[in-house]
Write a protein of this length. Structure first.
Length: 202
């Protein structure tokens, strides 16, 4: 029986599939041990096709992380309008994004960032992506806290210190889920939200 011809995909769709498959692999294995051949097998393409789209594995991993970070910030922006009456305002939208995207993508993205940070030789482009993401998070939390304090909605707090606490706690929720084997990310984010509200209410 003749082998069925492989369906020709739109190049943009092909790239999306490659990025999805790569995130799936580096979300379960350290990205330093994932090879281009592994990725090609996961995508059901030949290795040469990967190099047609990406000059190297480092280039591919950078694109994977950049896309994942963009998806997180885009989701957050889409939720901001839903949180206009939320006591936590934009911080509430940020929490909602993390809870909603945790099963499909956030946990894998956090693992990739953690693996990158642990390497003896760091990729400066990946570092810049990660630092930019955390700066975005810090700025939105600090801005929301400062606006809330100024309007007397929140009691007076050290916005910088509290923003760092929230960011570290969010990271800890994802790392804890992996290290403890407890899949309760949404519940832990809800608990963090309750703690923050209690801290901020006048």
């Amino acid at each position: 029986m003749a082998k069925a011809a492989r369906q020709r995909l739109d190049p943009n769709r092909r790239v999306e599939l490659i990025l999805d498959a790569t995130l799936g692999l580096v979300g379960t294995s350290h990205f330093s041990v994932v090879t281009m051949r592994d990725i090609a097998l996961a995508c059901d393409v030949n290795v040469a096709l990967l190099y047609h789209y990406f000059s190297s594995k480092d280039h591919l991993v950078r694109r994977v992380l950049a896309r994942a970070l963009d998806q997180v910030t885009d989701d957050y922006e889409s939720r901001r309008g839903e949180h206009g009456d939320d006591f936590l305002a934009d911080i509430g939208a940020w929490f909602s994004t993390h809870a909603a995207m945790a099963p499909s993508m956030m946990s894998r993205m956090v693992k990739l960032m953690s693996d990158q940070a642990a390497l003896p030789v760091r990729d400066p482009e990946l570092d810049a992506l990660v630092l930019g993401f955390y700066q975005f998070e810090r700025d939105l939390i600090v801005r929301t806290l400062q606006e809330g304090v100024a309007s007397k909605r929140y009691r007076s707090v050290d916005s910088e210190k509290l923003a760092r606490f929230v960011g570290l706690h969010l990271d800890g929720i994802f790392h804890g889920a992996a290290s403890r084997g407890e899949i309760r990310i949404a519940e832990d984010i809800a608990d963090l939200r309750d703690m923050l509200e209690a801290q901020l209410r006048p």
